[in-house]
Design a protein around this ligand. Structure first.
Ligand code: ATP
Length: 254
């Protein structure tokens, strides 16, 4: 399968023409002597939703952590808006507009919902903009407005996931990376979270999405990558991947 390079805008499905917003070239990552990624290349264009799927341990989280600057690759480069960023620290990369809602949520359990959301905006000094971001997050997740004074540790799993996504949005990111947003959620909440993901994208947000639920991820995204044990991912449009017998057999339970 060949990589589809036509970028997209708006609803995540429309082609556009700009250079990639994010590009990984031949990334290799080691944990000690264990090689987790081996020559991973992928790109995300402005306005797209791109899904990264693969089995447990394939290296999906490692890929996102490498982009966020939490892990330094041994080889290859990561470019954001054409600039190499793989040598920069995580805070600097976050300030450039890359937000990461990690798997497992990583909330501050003894802080309120509102305080957790504020943490997402810690690097911003535009008070008016931060207020707008609060409004936006509370509009996307009315439940969080209701629960703004509740301790995050006492929220349900689904509500915690909303806070994790909300916190990432509070930085007003150019690129939003979501690690397993459906993990552990009841189907109705999964639908709600994916509705929000589509809405963020419909407003122009660019999203790189890791998801165990490969069918849902590919139906939401315009393109996808299938990562197999850290090697160069198979790339294609969502339709190509959804119709690929290999992908169907390995990831779609068909
Ligand atoms: P999952 O879907 O199960 O979360 P994944 O695709 O996100 O998996 P990663 O978490 O990126 O996979 O892990 C890739 C490989 O790197 C795995 O073999 C994992 O055991 C290994 N690995 C991940 N983190 C570490 C670490 N901190 N130290 C050592 N090995 C690690």
């Amino acid at each position: 399968m060949t990589e589809v390079t036509a970028p997209a805008t708006g609803d995540g499905k429309q082609p556009a023409t700009a250079a990639p917003l994010l590009e990984l070239r031949e990334i290799a990552v080691y944990y000690g002597r264990v090689r987790a990624l081996n020559g991973v290349s992928l790109s995300v264009n402005e306005g797209e939703i791109v899904a990264l799927i693969g089995s447990n341990g394939a290296g999906k989280t490692t890929t996102l952590r490498t982009i966020s600057g939490l892990i330094r690759p041994a080889k290859g480069d990561v470019r954001f808006r054409g600039e190499p960023i793989h040598h920069l620290g995580a805070e600097r990369i976050a300030r450039m507009g890359v937000a990461h809602a990690p798997e497992g949520r990583r909330l501050f359990g003894r802080m309120t919902v509102r305080e957790n959301l504020e943490m997402g905006a810690y690097a911003r000094h535009d008070r008016g903009g931060v207020r707008e971001s609060f409004d936006r997050v509370y509009t996307l997740f009315p439940r969080l407005r209701e629960r703004h004074a509740q301790l995050a540790g006492s929220l349900s799993g689904g509500e915690q996931q909303m806070v994790a996504i909300g916190r990432a949005l509070m930085s007003n990111p150019t690129l939003l990376m979501l690690d397993e947003p459906s993990l552990g959620l009841a189907p109705i909440l999964v639908d709600a979270i994916f509705e929000v993901i589509r809405e963020i994208n419909a407003r122009g947000g660019t999203i790189l999405l890791i998801e165990q639920n490969a069918g849902l991820a590919l139906r939401t995204a315009s393109r996808g990558y299938v990562l197999e044990t850290g090697n160069l991912p198979i790339a294609g449009s969502s339709d190509e991947l959804l119709n690929s017998p290999d992908v169907q057999r390995a990831y779609l339970g068909m």
